[in-house]
Design a protein around this ligand. Sequence first.
Ligand code: ZN
Length: 195
Amino acid sequence: MYCPRCNHEDTKVLETRLGKGNHSIRRRRECLACSHRFSTMEEIVREGLVVVKRNGAREDFDITKIASGIRKATDKRPVEVERVNLLISEIVEGLQKKFEEEVPSSAIGEEIMTHLQSVDQIAYVRFASVYREFRDIDELAKAIDQLRKAAKPSDFCFRRTRPPSSSAHAQCDAGFPGRDGAHVASRRRRRRAGL
Ligand SMILES: [Zn+2]
């Protein structure tokens, strides 16, 4: 992205937000050479992208549905609006890379869960409970268990192997007990669980 004032090539993104009607992404940028600030718009819905639902019905790809699902899942969670908007654009871009014309609704759900998992685990469980239609508390417990096993190495407390850091202990308090070497096995489990 070239600066419109000095034509310098490098700019940094200051802010990302959804445009009118949630069909575009507006990025506020600053030129690294002259500090000129300007905005860019990106259309994020590929024309004609069609969603194939579980029952075979087809409907137009609708980013507002993705946005609403993510907003509900992250409601009252410590996730900034900016991060939520970025998440939505990452999900849409991810889907556009993988699918040309038709996208199964299940792939949209999985894409959302993959991204939510790395942002906020409570939001992930909330979304999963609606998307996967948990029937009872056992299914919920199973999902949380998978989440614990699939947690990234940084999510674990290395009380015994590393000096305590505040972020590691925040995760401990959130119920992710430290287990030596757990992250090595967790990647394998995560792959098996398809997460
Ligand atoms: Zn410039």
